[in-house]
Design a protein. Structure first.
Length: 259
């Protein structure tokens, strides 16, 4: 495996056993994600996107094939990943700083260095001045920024994001796309994003993996050759529209994906 590859999948499948028999969730998948890349996965609901993310995190076992992170097979929950879910999952009785430091408590990190890193992340995420605010005092976008800080506290090489902005309104979601691009550029983490939104995937990504309907397989992988850093204006360019048109061609049912 190349030294710059962080995630490698060879023939990875997922089959669930139910009372009615085996249910195939993912057909054999083959792909590689390089260190520092921002990769998005798009596809219709139920195609196995979140299942794939959970397997990369080690939260679900692979049925067949090999899946590795940093050259090591993924056989159990990984400590060297950060995960951000659709909901920020912040504790209502903890302020922003202590919500972020929950990660340190769970991982038994040294208190002093954890607090110093938390404050650095808060500044990077544009939350300086809100350290002592509680979740109910924050907007949805600010809550998700705090969630991203918590996921990055232990300095993982990989950030996994499962529809992190799906519950936000359109304007907040666009702003969070800008914020996530900035955080990614500053942290230089590898990011694997699950999303239903084609524009979001194109805007944020170096590459977009397009999945088919269940059982999920990789229909195509697109290299997004748009200059960094990207402003929202890029969404109005012919190049952006061309990528969106190519990706949408994979989905024949109206309304499968966010437009």
């Amino acid at each position: 495996m190349s030294d710059d590859i962080l995630i490698q999948a060879h023939g990875v499948t997922k089959v669930y056993q139910t009372r009615d028999g085996a249910v195939e969730s993912l057909k054999p998948l083959d792909f590689a994600i390089h260190k520092g890349e921002f990769v998005s996965v798009v596809g219709p609901s139920g195609c196995g996107k979140s299942t794939l993310l959970k397997m990369v995190a080690g939260l679900l076992p692979v049925t067949a094939g090999t899946l590795s992170l940093g050259g090591q097979p993924i056989t159990a929950p990984r400590k060297d990943v950060g995960i951000v879910f659709q909901s920020a999952v912040l504790l209502a009785w903890r302020d922003v700083l202590s919500n972020i430091l929950l990660q340190a408590e769970m991982r038994h990190m040294p208190k002093g260095s954890a607090r110093a890193r938390a404050l650095e992340l808060i500044k990077m995420a544009g939350l300086a001045g809100f350290e002592k605010k509680y979740p109910w005092q924050l907007s949805g976008g600010m809550q998700q920024r705090a969630s991203i800080c918590r996921a990055l506290l232990h300095d993982p090489p990989l950030l996994l994001m499962d529809e992190p902005f799906g519950a936000l309104d359109a304007m907040t979601r666009e702003n969070m796309n800008l914020e996530l691009q900035r955080i990614w550029a500053e942290s230089r983490k590898t990011v694997l994003l699950i999303t239903h939104s084609i524009p979001e995937a194109i805007f944020l990504s170096d590459r977009v993996i397009v999945m088919s309907e269940r059982p999920g397989s990789i229909a195509a992988i697109y290299d997004i050759q748009l200059p960094r850093m990207r402003s929202l204006d890029v969404m109005g360019t012919p190049e952006f529209a061309s990528y969106a048109k190519q990706i949408r061609k994979h989905f024949y049912s109206e309304g499968i994906l966010d437009q």
